[in-house]
Each structure stands twice: as C-alpha cells, then as structure tokens.
Design a protein around this ligand. Structure first.
Ligand code: GH3
Ligand code: MG
Ligand code: MG
Length: 349
C-alpha cells in the first residue's frame, strides 16, 4: 500500500486513487464493477485500516479473490450502516450535492435540463447515502459541469471548492462508519460488529479450509465488585480488562464487548489448541493484576475471568449461532467448576 499523498489537490488525489484502484483490481484479477471499484478505491485511499489488512492478506495468497468475499468486504467496510452519525454526514453530503447542481443551473440556461436530471437522481439515492453513492454522484456532477461549462473559470473554482468539501464529508463518513462498529466504553468492537466479523471469519474458513476459534470471556462475581466499589470503578475495570484482551491477541483477531461484563474473541486461522493457549494466557494475566486507585491508592483486590473455548467445524454445517452456544456452554462449565478457569467445548454439546 502506498501512503496517501497529502500535498496533492483533492481532485488530483481522487483521480490518482481512481487510477490506482483500477491497477490494483487488474493485478488481483478483480472484475471492475462499481461495488468492487468502491472497495479498491477505499483500499488505495488507505481507509479503513481493517479493510486494508484484509485485502493485503487475501492478495498475499496470490489466488483469485471470490465474489462472495468481495461482497462481504463491501458489506462490512463500505456499505453505510444504519447509524445516526453516518446518517448525519450523509445528509450533509446530499445537501452539498444539491448545492453543486444548483450552481450549475445558475450559470447556464443550457445546463438546466441536465441539472434537473441530476437533482432527481440525488433525490432517489438510498438513505442514508453511502460513501460510494456520494462519490459516484459528485463525479457525475463534476463531469457534467466540465462538459457544459468548460469556459467558466468561476464555476470551475466553485466546484473545486465543493469537491474539497465532499472529500472532507467522505472522510467524516468513513470515521463515523468506524465509530459505529465500536463499543463506547471500551473502544473494542461492539456486538453488531462482532456478528458480522464472525460471519466473515467463518465464511473465509469454509473457503480456505481453515480454522476459527471463539473465546467467550466473562468477569467473575462482578456484581459483588460493583456492590463493593461502585459502578464507576466497575466501568474502569471493564476498560482495563478490554485493553488486556486487545493486547493479548494479534491484529487479525477480533475482541468485542458481547454484553455488560462479557467479551467475545474471534481467532481466525487458529485451531482449538492455540485458542486454549491464548485463553489461559489471558486468564493468568488478568488474575495476576492488582487493581487499585492510582490517585487514592485504595485497593480493589484482584479480578478473575472465566473463559469458554470452542472451534468452528469447517464443512460440518456448523453455524455462528452453534459455535457461540458451544463456547457459552464451555464458559458456563468454567463458572460451575469454580471460576477463574478456561474450559474447552465438549463436542457432544
Ligand atoms: P458470574 O461470576 O456468575 O459471572 O457473576 P457476575 O456477578 O459477574 O454475573 P451476573 O450476570 O450475575 O452479573 C453481572 C454483573 O455485571 C451485573 C452488573 O452489576 C455488572 N455489569 C454489567 N455491565 C456493566 C457495566 O457496563 N458496568 C459496570 N460497572 N458493571 C456492569
Ligand atoms: Mg460475570
Ligand atoms: Mg455475564
């Protein structure tokens, strides 16, 4: 991946990305349809980092990337989730696109019919407007403007200004999309992102005959902890546990807050034995930590977690729901056996 070139103008940068996206698609033998184009445009533009990592990994295998995987990447990283922040940014983008069309209309009578047509197109774009839709729309507006008003420098200047604003909006949209996947307290992935990332990991495992191990991690007797020290201290403990989990796994792994004091960890390309080792390391690390208030010095004692570990059964009609159930059942057995322990799934479960 080449880093973006910040000294370029937004228009030149967009053209450069467009060209690079096509080059990469050609090199990877990806069909250049609009969805794929949106994925690779984002890839060369360097956002979002999870998409970059996944494509780099797929590219390193030097095998054709299937349409199913590309569809998944599109759904996960490009399509706009139903998120308020995303919606707000997308609404501003829609307004800005309409303004651009009116600018065209205001400058020339001949443009009127075309701008009317563009205005109608904007009306009919899906809601919230995706980053891809904004990109396509702004490009088609600018293309029309260039054809109709190549003589008017004033208008061209205004359009360049509008394009800069569009670039900022697209950046905001990308940021809002990333934020919509995160848990607000801990910063790790939220439940919704967990579900789509697990689905993607399982589909990849089916395709490449690979392995995926799932860990369910639950803080022990946390209700007692809250009762003793209060919810705010409890929240801080949840944050520390989340960071410990994130620091204990690799970049391709997913740490998500599954519920209040419960976390789920997806380990792609990991057999159950490897998952057990990771789980045991996490359990030890957390149980050895002495929690105390840095300011007042008050001691809160130690915190322990119980963990359940299960592996996906590739080519056995296994599902995400069943995998979660088996990891949960193993977690339950860790609790029943006295907590602060790791239990492997029971294959009869
Ligand atoms: P077990 O060992 O069986 O898991 O016991 P537990 O007390 O942890 O389990 P239980 O499910 O009975 O209670 C979970 C508690 O976790 C309830 C609630 O007080 C606490 N909790 C859940 N979410 C949050 C949160 O966001 N912040 C804080 N501070 N506490 C939370
Ligand atoms: Mg608990
Ligand atoms: Mg719980």
């Amino acid at each position: 991946m080449n880093a973006p070139l910040p000294h370029q103008s937004p228009a030149a940068l967009a053209a450069l990305y467009a060209e690079k996206a096509l080059e990469v698609m050609q090199a990877l033998r990806v069909l250049p349809n609009p969805k794929h184009y949106a994925i690779f445009y984002a890839y060369v533009a360097g956002q979002p980092t999870d998409l970059i990592k996944e494509i780099d990994l797929l590219a390193s295998k030097q095998q054709p990337i299937s349409d199913e995987i590309l569809d998944q990447l599109y759904m996960l990283h490009i399509a706009a989730p139903q998120n308020r922040a995303v919606h707000d940014v997308a609404t501003s983008a829609r307004r800005l696109l309409s303004d651009m069309v009116h600018t065209i209309g205001a400058f020339t009578g001949t443009a009127h019919g075309v701008s009317q047509e563009l205005a109608e197109k904007i009306e009919h774009i899906e809601n919230p407007m995706s980053e891809e839709a904004i990109r396509i729309m702004s490009k088609s507006i600018i293309d029309s403007a260039l054809v109709m008003m190549s003589s008017s420098e004033n208008v061209a200047m205004q359009l360049v200004g509008a394009q800069t604003e569009i670039a900022t909006l697209r950046e905001n949209l990308a940021k809002a999309t990333t934020e919509s996947e995160r848990d607000f307290l801990t910063g790790c992935f939220n439940r919704k992102a967990f579900e789509s990332r697990l689905q993607l990991a399982l589909e990849n495992a089916e395709l490449e005959d690979g392995e995926v191990t799932l860990l369910m991690v639950d803080i022990d007797h946390f209700k007692n902890f809250n009762d003793s020290f209060g919810h705010l201290i409890g929240d801080n403990v949840i944050k520390v546990v989340a960071h410990t989990l994130t620091d204990s796994v690799k970049g391709i792994d997913t740490v998500a807050r599954y519920g209040g004091e419960e976390f789920a960890i997806i380990l792609p390309r990991t057999p159950i034995g490897g998952g057990m080792i990771v789980a045991e390391a996490i359990r030890k690390l957390i149980s050895r930590r002495e929690f105390k208030n840095r300011v007042t010095g008050e001691h809160y004692g130690i915190i322990t977690v119980s963990i359940g570990v299960a592996a996906f059964r590739t080519h056995h009609h296994d599902t995400a729901t069943n995998l979660i159930k088996r990891a949960d059942a193993a977690l339950y057995r860790s609790k029943n056996a006295g907590r602060n322990r790791v239990t492997q799934e029971n294959l009869s479960e």
